[in-house]
Ligand binder design. Structure first.
Ligand SMILES: [Fe+2]
Length: 308
C-alpha cells in the first residue's frame, strides 16, 4: 500500500524582504485583500495543526498543488518551505507545483522565483522532449520545463503548471499548447504508462464554479489530452472546497479528478482546513479526507471512499 497525501491552497503569510516598491499594481490590491479579508479566513494555526496531523500519518509522499503564497512574496514561500521541511520531509518525498497566487507578478514569474525556491521538490526523473532540467534550473522561460515527472513507488507524479501572470485581477489559468503537447507525449511514455499516473495541476480541468475570470481557459484542450493519453488520477486545488469529477479516458476508462479544500480555511465544517490521503495498492485507490473539527480542535478522518 502506497500512501500519497494531497495538500493545497495553504496561502502562507510572510513579509520578510517586503518593500513598499514591491507593492504596486495587482500586488497592492492583493495585499489589501490579504490584510482585510484573507487573514480572517485563512489561519496559520490551522496549517500548523494540519502539519502535525500529516506528520503523524507518516505518508509516503506529499503533493502540494499550489497557492503556497498570496501575492508571490519570497517571505510567503519561505514560510511554506519551513512548513514543508518541518512536517513533510525531504524533497524526494514532496512534490510542489505553483498556483495562480504563486504567479501574481510577471517579473517574478519570468525570473522563475518560485521554481528557484522549490526546485528540489520538482526534480525530474525523465527527460521530456529534450528538457532534462528541473524548472528551477532551466534556462529561459521556467514554464518550458513543465511538466516534470517524478517516479515514486507505484506512482508517476506529473507536475503541470497552469499558472500565468494574468496581467489583470483574474485568477484564470492556462496550460498552453506547448506544455499540453509535452504532457501528452510523457503520459504515453512506457516508463510512465506502466505506473499509476497522477497528474497534478492547480486549476480544475473541469468546470465546477462559474466565472471565467478564475477558470482554466484551455481546460477543453487539457481534457482532450487526458482522454487520448489517459491518466489514473488528476489532483487539483484552487476552488477551496472538496470537488470531484470523472473524465473520459481511453478505452472507456474513467479518470478520477479530485479537488481538495484549502489547508488553511477557517470557515464552515464542510470546507474547513483539510487534506486528502490516497491509499493506492492492489489495483484500487481509496480516498481519505482528514479535516479540522473545530469543536474538538483536532484533525479527524471525515471521509473514506473507494474511487478506483
Ligand atoms: Fe488558486
Amino acid at each position: 500500500m502506497y500512501r500519497l497525501a494531497h495538500v493545497t491552497d495553504p496561502h502562507f503569510r510572510g513579509y520578510a524582504g517586503l518593500s513598499l516598491g514591491a507593492l504596486a499594481g495587482k500586488r497592492a490590491i492583493g495585499f489589501l485583500n490579504l490584510a482585510f479579508n484573507r487573514r480572517r479566513h485563512h489561519k496559520l494555526e490551522l496549517l500548523a495543526a494540519l502539519g502535525e496531523d500529516l506528520r503523524a500519518q507518516a505518508v509516503d509522499h506529499l503533493a502540494l498543488t499550489g497557492d503556497l503564497s498570496n501575492i508571490s512574496l519570497a517571505g510567503e514561500w519561505r514560510a511554506a518551505l519551513q512548513w514543508i521541511e518541518r512536517h513533510a520531509g525531504a524533497p524526494d518525498a514532496v512534490t510542489v507545483i505553483p498556483g495562480n497566487h504563486d504567479a501574481y507578478v510577471a517579473e517574478v514569474v519570468r525570473a522563475g522565483a518560485f521554481e528557484k525556491i522549490f526546485g528540489s521538490y520538482q526534480s525530474r526523473d525523465l527527460e521530456i522532449d529534450g528538457v532534462a532540467d528541473a524548472p528551477g534550473t532551466a534556462s529561459g522561460d521556467p514554464r518550458s520545463a513543465y511538466p516534470f515527472v517524478r517516479l515514486r513507488g507505484p506512482l508517476a507524479l506529473i507536475g503541470v503548471n497552469s499558472c500565468v501572470a494574468t496581467g489583470d485581477l483574474g485568477a484564470w489559468g492556462e496550460v498552453g499548447a506547448a506544455q499540453l503537447q509535452r504532457l501528452e507525449s510523457v503520459l504515453a511514455r512506457v516508463e510512465v504508462a506502466r505506473c499509476v499516473r497522477v497528474v497534478l495541476v492547480h486549476h480544475p480541468p473541469v468546470l465546477h464554479k462559474g466565472g471565467e475570470h478564475r477558470n482554466l481557459r484551455d481546460r477543453a484542450a487539457l481534457t482532450a489530452v487526458l482522454a487520448r493519453a489517459g491518466a489514473d488520477l488528476v489532483l487539483h486545488g484552487h476552488d477551496h472546497r472538496d470537488e470531484s469529477a470523472v473524465l473520459d479516458g481511453p478505452w472507456g476508462r474513467g479518470i478520477a479528478v479530485i479537488g481538495a479544500g484549502s489547508a488553511s480555511y477557517a470557515g464552515a465544517p464542510e470546507r474547513r482546513s483539510r487534506y486528502n490521503i490516497y491509499e493506492i495498492g492492489d489495483g484500487a485507490i481509496t480516498l481519505v479526507t482528514r479535516a479540522h473539527v473545530e469543536a474538538k480542535d483536532r484533525f479527524e478522518e471525515v471521509r473514506r471512499t473507494k474511487i478506483a
